[in-house]
Design a protein around this ligand. Structure first.
Ligand SMILES: [Zn+2]
Ligand SMILES: [Zn+2]
Length: 362
């Protein structure tokens, strides 16, 4: 238990003027207004205010001397500000206690999803993931003090960071709530890290996407997970690669597929079709005359490279030609189509109809 006397740096038998004087000095020094509102100085100021609130009131001081701080918080209504501050202190003490008790523990692993274009997954790419990390504050060299200012020993724990109370078997050691185990206090906290010695920084970590990456593949960045506790190793960062679908090309094993719509006339007469390739740009393929809808052309070596095989060993690009039914609404076109229907021969349809007739009249 941190004594209020200790917080104010006065002996237990100190008289009222001594307590007042000590509080005034410390309050002036740690007032948030004099420390740019730093969270640490705010917490320290509240601790001092609580100590003074109790020790400057004869009745509360007597209760505190006899029963400790719990005697003051149990009395609901009357507690007022003392209760609030006491709760705050309790919270801080609990937090610090858990920090003290911690054992060496490896940090948690983290997971991020990285979107990868199909071409990047197939051919490989150098990308980056953004990771937020607590890093040492360079501005104050992790001392927590504004550059050019000095650190002082904490008056509550005499620079030890911990406070011993009791003796012999009953001796208890607790973390000093005033300096929060640091032992030293920066009268002017660093404006870069607010006196915390560490800052959050977003780092761009390079990620090498290997060629032939399949969806759902995970890469591991060792040591880029959550930091470990009490000297434990940090966790790892798992980068899950999410391959974004390509607008025109689909991957199928080592091959790529692409559907290309062609017109009825192109299918009948033949012609050319422009086809996308994964590395960018296009190639032109010849559409043979009398192409059937769904007919597939194979462009050798324009698929995916094999992940393991020799360089240049690539799959194929399979181009499916799909004959599109024309949208026709002019009278002239309708007339032409009717005429075309009369003079054209559809062998598959004829064969189907013949089979149909046999089916109906066996
Ligand atoms: Zn201290
Ligand atoms: Zn700093």
């Amino acid at each position: 238990m941190t004594s209020y006397y200790r917080l104010l740096g006065v002996p237990e038998g100190a008289d009222a003027p001594a307590i007042k004087g000590a509080y005034r000095n410390l309050a002036r020094k740690y007032h948030p207004d004099h420390n740019n509102g730093h969270p640490l100085s705010e917490r320290r100021f509240r601790l001092l205010a609580e100590a003074y609130e109790v020790l400057s009131d004869d009745e509360k001081r007597q209760k505190y001397d006899r029963f400790g701080p719990s005697a003051l918080t149990r009395r609901g209504g009357e507690a007022g500000i003392v209760g609030n501050v006491q709760r705050l202190v309790t919270n801080i003490e609990q937090a610090l206690e858990s920090r003290m008790k911690q054992v060496r523990k490896r940090g948690e692993d983290r997971r991020v999803v990285l979107d990868v274009a199909l071409s990047q997954a197939v051919f490989g790419a150098s990308l980056a993931v953004q990771v937020r990390r607590r890093v040492r504050c360079d501005r104050c060299q992790a001392t927590g003090a504004e550059p050019g200012t000095t650190l002082e020993a904490c008056h509550v724990c005499a620079g030890q960071g911990r406070i011993k109370s009791g003796s012999g078997l009953l001796a208890v050691e607790t973390v000093c709530p005033f300096c929060e185990s640091r032992g030293r206090i920066a009268p002017s906290p660093c404006t870069g890290c607010e006196g915390m010695s560490e800052i959050d920084r977003v780092l761009d970590l390079p990620v090498q996407v290997p060629p032939g990456t399949q969806p759902g593949r995970r890469l591991v960045l060792r040591g880029y997970g959550e930091p470990g506790q009490a000297g434990g190793d940090p966790g790892d960062l798992f980068v899950e690669l999410s391959v974004k679908p390509h607008a025109l090309l689909q991957r199928e094993g080592q091959d790529l597929r692409c559907s290309v719509p062609i017109s009825v006339a192109e299918a009948v007469l033949g012609g050319e079709a422009t086809v996308p390739v994964l590395e960018g740009g296009t190639v032109t393929v010849r559409v043979p005359p009398r192409t059937r809808s769904g007919q597939t052309l194979r462009i050798r070596g324009r698929g995916c490279p094999s992940a393991a095989g020799p360089k240049g060993d690539r799959g194929d690009l399979l181009v499916k030609l799909e004959v599109e039914t024309p949208v026709v609404d002019s009278a002239v076109a309708l007339e032409l189509l009717t005429r075309l229907e009369q003079i054209s021969f559809h062998p598959e349809r004829a064969e189907f109809r013949a089979a149909l007739r046999r089916h109906v009249e066996p």
